[in-house]
Design a protein around this ligand. Structure first.
Ligand SMILES: [Zn+2]
Length: 255
C-alpha cells in the first residue's frame, strides 16, 4: 500500500452505501481523481464534516495493490469557503466551474495552472471581491485558454484580417469555426452570434493578462451579459453537451 498527500478541492461527492462517500478531488499534484471516504457519512469524528463541495483541503490517501478506488486516510481543511455554500447563486456558479473541470479533465492528469485558477476564483467568489458573473467570465476564458481551446478573437477565421481592421462595431463569431469573421467573409452557418468590438478587446485582455490584472477588468452590465451568453454557448459547444449545472444556473439567475 502506498500513501500520497496533496492539496485538493472537492469537486463532487456521492453517497456510497449507508456509511461511505465517494469524493472526486481536483488536486495540484495528481489532477482529478475519486477516492472513497469510509464512514464519512456516519461518523462525525472521522472527517468532521469537512468534505464539503468546493472546500480546499490537504488530503492523504492510499492506493492498494488490488484495483479499486484510493482510500482517503486524512483530510485537513485549509479554506472552507463558507459563503459560497450559503448562497444559492454562488453555489450554482461554482458547481458549473466544477462540472467543467470534472467533465473536461482526464483522471490523473496534472493541471497545476487550472488548479491555481480554480482556487483563486473560489477565493474571490467566497470573499465577494468581484461579481459572480465577472468571475465566471474570467474562469471560462482562462479555463478554455489553458485547455488549448481559446476562441479566435484576434483575426478573421477565413482571411486572417486583424480584428482592429474590421470596420463593423459588431463582429460575427462563427461557433463552427471557433472564431470571428470579417464582413467580407460571412458564413452560412446558423451557429453564430455577434460580439461588440469592445467586448472582444476585454476578452482578449483577460486571455493574455495574469489573474490579478484580469480580475480588475470592469464590465458594464450589458457587456457582462453579452460576454456570459457568448462563453456559455462557446464552452458547451466544445464540450459537446450542455452541463446540467449550467441549466440550473440559467434558471436561478435573474436578468
Ligand atoms: Zn475575412
Amino acid at each position: 500500500m502506498s500513501s500520497y498527500s496533496s492539496p485538493a478541492i472537492v469537486l463532487r461527492r456521492i453517497d456510497f452505501g449507508d456509511y461511505d462517500l465517494i469524493i472526486t478531488f481536483f488536486t495540484s499534484t495528481q489532477g482529478k481523481f475519486s477516492a472513497i471516504a469510509k464512514s464519512a457519512k456516519k461518523s462525525t469524528k472521522r472527517f468532521a464534516g469537512i468534505l464539503e463541495l468546493f472546500s480546499a483541503l490537504n488530503v492523504v490517501y492510499s492506493t492498494g495493490r488490488r484495483k479499486g478506488l484510493p482510500v482517503l486516510q486524512e483530510a485537513n481543511l485549509k479554506h472552507p469557503f463558507p459563503s459560497i455554500r450559503t448562497s444559492m447563486l454562488k453555489t450554482a456558479y461554482a458547481s458549473y466551474w466544477a462540472e467543467l473541470i470534472n467533465e473536461w479533465m482526464e483522471s490523473g492528469q496534472k493541471q497545476v495552472e487550472i488548479y491555481q485558477l480554480f482556487q483563486y476564483i473560489l477565493r474571490k467568489l467566497d470573499s465577494s471581491q468581484a461579481s459572480e458573473a465577472a468571475l465566471s467570465i474570467l474562469f471560462q476564458m482562462k479555463f478554455i485558454t489553458l485547455s488549448g481551446l481559446a476562441p479566435n478573437l484576434r483575426q478573421c477565421s477565413v482571411c486572417r484580417i486583424e480584428v482592429e481592421n474590421i470596420k463593423e462595431t459588431r463582429v460575427q463569431f462563427d461557433f463552427t469555426k471557433g472564431g470571428i469573421l470579417c464582413d467580407g467573409c460571412t458564413s452560412k452557418t446558423l451557429q453564430k452570434t455577434f460580439l461588440s468590438k469592445g467586448i472582444i478587446k476585454q476578452l482578449l485582455w483577460i486571455e493574455k493578462g495574469d489573474l490579478v490584472k484580469a480580475v480588475r477588468v470592469r464590465f458594464t452590465s450589458d457587456a457582462l451579459r453579452e460576454s456570459l451568453e457568448f462563453l456559455e454557448t462557446f464552452v458547451p459547444y466544445h464540450l459537446g453537451k450542455e452541463p446540467r449545472s449550467l441549466k440550473f444556473l440559467k434558471q436561478i439567475r435573474k436578468w
